[in-house]
Design a protein around this ligand. Structure first.
Ligand code: ATP
Length: 345
């Protein structure tokens, strides 16, 4: 059982606080993605779990054992980091075999694991090459193969696909997902790519400014963002927000339209671009930019003086200057507290 428990972990670099008291439990065999913009603290958190950084406060437990005072090599984890330390003077084969040889594994088993993981990462034709002669993307795949070959209980990965071109990245993403699910590994995976996060994760922890704002399954995070930031960070284009005026009895005026909402003192209205459709009645919006994207059309409008995006069926082709009425799907409307920025129900 490789449950990972992070208890009150904080990290300061001098006067700067990179992590504010983080509490997070990653279940045995769970695939947890840490998602956030550059500088939010995700790499720092991963390095603390790995043992490459000491926390300023808090505890890290892996498999029921407190590990924050143990050196990295005693924590029973495999890692793939951004600077993927692949040894240039070793062949790809020996790089992948490295950890297995350290463990004095019999040659037949080394052979089996190296071949298997190399095939998975599509580098079987490179096994005899020296790693110093590889491209960045190839080296990155060697680093992932080396970690997978250990068949670890816990694997930590920091942007392991960042150097691959778009198509290969898509392919590797699916391979990784399959392999890690089958191997029953507990995984923590850092990325700033929300599509990668949505595709891979059992749960996503959305981070900002050294805090975890929400840790939930991808659909929850997308449909029910816990804060305004999560709603605006996840989704491309992001959620639309409009000011709302209380009209009594849980009714709210939004761009001149009335909607049922929370019984709160103040609220902001939010809706995803794909959750509106042109109708007789709805939020009045003036079209500014029309972008046909193949399967659908992205239309940027102005509603109530605010930018407002809507994704329409590709058969609908408004032109700049058109005035639309956009009716939201009632059950997709979300509300946020303008002060705390937290979701209201
Ligand atoms: P990225 O996606 O760019 O790697 P990140 O979310 O992983 O970003 P971290 O690398 O965890 O971010 O860094 C969090 C914050 O802590 C950043 O503002 C960074 O500048 C700061 N930081 C990280 N390491 C140090 C250090 N050794 N000394 C000082 N500040 C640091």
């Amino acid at each position: 059982m490789a449950v990972i428990e992070i208890k009150g972990v904080a990290k300061s670099f001098g006067a700067f606080t990179a992590l504010h008291s983080i509490d997070l439990t990653i279940a045995d065999q769970e695939f947890m993605v840490l998602l956030g913009a550059s500088g939010c603290g995700k790499t720092t958190l991963l390095r603390i779990i790995a043992g490459l950084e000491t926390p300023s406060a808090g505890e890290v437990w892996i498999g029921g054992r407190r590990v924050d005072h143990l050196p990295a090599r005693e924590r029973g984890i495999a890692m793939v980091f951004q600077n993927y330390a692949v040894f240039p003077h070793l062949t790809v084969y020996e790089n992948i075999a490295f950890g297995l040889r350290m463990k004095k594994m019999p040659q037949a088993e080394v052979e089996r694991r190296v071949t298997k993981t190399a095939e998975l990462m599509h580098i079987e034709q490179l096994l005899k090459r020296y790693s110093g002669q590889l491209s960045g993307g190839q080296r990155q795949r060697v680093a992932v193969a080396r970690a997978l070959a250990m068949e670890p209980d816990v694997i930590l990965m920091d942007e392991p696909l960042s150097n691959l071109d778009a198509l290969l990245r898509l392919e590797m993403r699916a391979e990784l997902k399959g392999v890690l699910a089958a191997s029953k590994t507990t995984t923590i995976y850092v990325t700033h790519d929300q599509v990668e996060a949505m595709s891979l994760a059992d749960r996503i922890s959305v981070m900002n400014g050294g805090h975890i704002l929400q840790a939930a399954d991808p659909v929850q995070v997308y449909r029910n963002p816990a804060t305004r930031f999560v709603g605006s960070f996840i989704g491309n284009p992001p959620m639309n927000f409009l000011p709302a005026k209380a009209a009594g009895d849980g009714q709210w005026q939004v761009a001149g339209q009335t909607f049922a909402g929370p019984s709160a003192g103040a609220a902001e209205f939010a809706i995803r671009p794909e959750d509106l459709h042109p109708a007789e009645q709805g939020i009045p919006a003036e079209v500014r930019v029309v972008e046909p994207l193949g399967p659908h059309t992205l239309v940027t409008c102005v509603a109530d003086g605010h930018p407002f995006r809507v994704i329409l069926d590709s058969t609908l082709t408004p032109i700049p200057g058109d005035r639309l009425h956009l009716a939201p799907l009632q059950d997709r409307i979300r509300w946020f507290d303008p002060e705390t920025q937290k979701a209201l129900t």
